[in-house]
Design a protein. Structure first.
Length: 129
């Protein structure tokens, strides 16, 4: 099991879906399961891959991303999101999400990812504590 919060950008060539948002813990989870479909293509993997954003303050996300690329937003993107929200973004990081046909932003204190060979989408993510 590989858990990380290493350097960005992160790019994973799998299909991720919005799996959950826990308001009381300010956490947003994107998940890629062992199997699934994307545009009629059957997808199979040897693990569950989770991406967890913590201390979430704002979210603009699509329902899925393939591949998933996460980077830190530029200053220009940060100012544009501040304008839309009508407020500053404080000390949190604005993460930019990109897929082949989707995009989004998550304002969060941190992002963690886990490629879990023992994981299951039937149970909770090992990242959520």
């Amino acid at each position: 099991m590989h858990r990380s919060s290493g350097p960005l950008p992160l790019e994973v060539d799998r299909k991720f879906v919005l799996s959950g948002y826990v308001y009381s813990h300010s956490q947003l989870l994107l998940r890629s399961g062992r199997t699934g479909y994307d545009k009629g293509e059957y997808l199979a993997h040897d693990s569950v891959y989770d991406v967890l954003f913590k201390d979430v303050g704002a979210v603009v996300v699509s329902d899925s991303y393939r591949p998933l690329r996460i980077s830190v937003a530029s200053g220009e993107e940060r100012r544009a999101v501040e304008s839309v929200l009508g407020r500053g973004l404080d000390e949190r990081t604005l993460f930019r999400l990109r897929g082949a046909e989707s995009s989004g932003y998550v304002l969060a204190g941190a992002v963690y990812w886990l490629d879990d060979p023992a994981g299951s989408v039937e149970g909770p993510s090992a990242l959520i504590t």
